[in-house]
Write a new protein. Sequence first.
Length: 431
Amino acid sequence: MSDSEDTQLEARLAEQEAFEPPAEFVEQANVSDDSIYEEFEANWPDCWERAADLLEWETDYDEVLVDDDEPFYEWFVGGELNASYNCLDRHLDERGDELAIQWEGELGETREFTYEGLHREVNEFAAALRELGVEEDDVVTMYMPMIPELPVAMLACARIGAPHSVVFGGFSADALATRMNSADSEYLVTCDGYYRRGDPLDHLSKADEGLSGVDHGTTAVVVDRLGDEHDHDLGEDQLDYNELVADHAGAEVDPVTRDAEDMLFLMYTSGTTGEPKGVKHTTGGYLSYVSWTSHAVLDVEPEDTYWCSADIGWITGHSYIVYGPLALGTTSVMYEGTPDYPDKDRMWEIIERYGVNQLYTAPTAIRAFMKWGSQYPDGHDLSSLRLLGTVGEPINPKAWKWYYKHIGDESCPIVDTWWQTETGGMMITTL
């Protein structure tokens, strides 16, 4: 590091400013009392019962934490539950008609899933997976962009006790094959294609190439995203998603009871420093943690419309687009495309249209917004926003202040979060 870089770093570290949250935010916040810090310090690990209390358990746990075989910790030992039930079934009586997922495609088309509607399609696809031969503890791989069928497939797997392994849709065919071989996964859910900057992109050919590198037999389910934009013939071991769901219309699948320590999903690290490593996240500890951090850090309430702009192909999307928000019964926004198509105000247009209350995005994106200019957010009503968040990398002071001023109107607290694939949820953050 050069002397000038040293000087810049020291200046950044020395820069200190305080931005207190507005009193009205503190009054309504899910966590508003500093005593939580002392409570957690004094009552570790039993303090995590408050996280478990956000869920419904089929069998109560006996111990919060068993740590006598470090580092192989076990959380909520003896407890039993189902993640799909906690994200869907338990909300049906009070929130069945409320939106679970608000999806917007890059071309502007929208699809809305109420909790009842999402529950129905998850059950139908769960029944289809069972008919295909998927059994409890079989790993089902998913290789898709940001389309609603991705969380449907994830929750369907969770329902029948089959861990899912989502591979980021932008990864190569070789990356898909490597992960399927490592997981010994015989099942793939993918799609024909998706849109980027208005153009249809072929995805199925890449999936087919990846499957050719898998060293065991496979069955693939293909979602028709592009319709008439893309003609494709399904292979011998490939099935049409829409036909499968239609064939199981109205099916109801009882959620499989899972031990708290049973695997919910497998998430591979990016592999930038070597071979990708499969990280297993368990059902009870993971779901409790992402529910509680969504509630406590992001201040998510069932009545909110919440948007995490990450991709579900990464851990952030798993935790804070799918499992955390849906376990709390809120509305989670999903967007398929890029933030600058057809113009650089697409994100602010979405926030205004759906009345988004929390925005959780990356500093890289914020710096791009800064470069494009404040005229884009300033042209939209962003007054529905109550809280802002950042994830994925440190945020520099200049970007933080721009975010605070132009997106939050100097009235939204910003929670800057640090965590990683291995932790599954936020580890260091402000409250």
